[in-house]
Design a binder for this molecule. Structure first.
Ligand SMILES: [Cu+2]
Length: 214
């Protein structure tokens, strides 16, 4: 009698644990992140680029939604999150980041504050092909809306491979919007990434990604 009741108790414990883990899987808490985009290099872009980026994680699905206003119109805008491969949190660079005194904060000058280019917000973020991705093009009025859903598992795996086992850690990243028209006269002091023209990588807006409750 004693043995069978303890057996029953054990069985109900197991059943309880199973029910519990199923419930917690079904109700995996969603994660929400927002970045408010603040203009950079407005005197070169000839506009104040603003906007908002949202990141919502539900289970394995990360939905990225970026709305941009007042960017230079009719051109493609590269956009990524940047960050550090250490635990350090990236921040948006201030005017003090202009170390060569040309009054422009170029991509290379963003690195001490914001780290390196990490994930492209193009048609295939998990491919992590920063230089060859297809990025959104602004309408004539400088606005665009980017909306993409990716597998968290797929993106995390690609990210860990590229950045020594690091996690996405969205709340330690910043998002940059880049790009001024190709014919923009930029001083030779404005640096870029390898052979990529400085007009393509010039930052025109930045936002720190922060976790929010909804
Ligand atoms: Cu970037």
């Amino acid at each position: 009698m004693k043995a069978s009741s303890s057996l029953l108790a054990a069985a109900s414990l197991v059943a309880g644990a199973l029910a519990c883990s199923t419930a917690s899987l079904a109700a995996a808490p969603a994660e929400h992140y927002v970045a408010h985009l603040v203009p950079m290099n407005s005197q070169v872009a000839l506009s104040d680029t603003t906007g908002e980026a949202r990141f919502d994680i539900h289970g394995d699905r990360l939905t990225i939604d970026i709305r941009v206003k007042n960017a230079p119109g009719n051109i493609v805008h590269w956009q990524h999150f940047h960050g550090f491969t250490t635990d350090a949190a990236a921040t948006c660079p201030t005017l003090g980041a202009d170390t060569n005194g040309d009054h422009i904060v170029d991509l290379i000058e963003t690195e001490p504050a914001a780290g390196t280019t990490m994930v492209p917000f193009d048609t295939m973020p998990a491919a992590m092909d920063v230089a060859h991705g297809h990025y959104p093009k602004a309408a004539a009025d400088g606005s665009y809306h980017y909306h993409q859903t990716v597998s968290v598992k797929e993106l995390s795996a690609a990210f860990a491979k590229a950045f020594k086992g690091q996690g996405l850690n969205l709340d330690k990243r910043v998002i940059f919007i880049h790009g001024v028209p190709a014919d923009t006269k930029l001083p030779s002091t404005v640096k870029s990434l390898g052979p990529i023209p400085a007009a393509v990588t010039l930052p025109i807006a930045c936002g720190k990604i922060e976790r929010v409750s909804n």
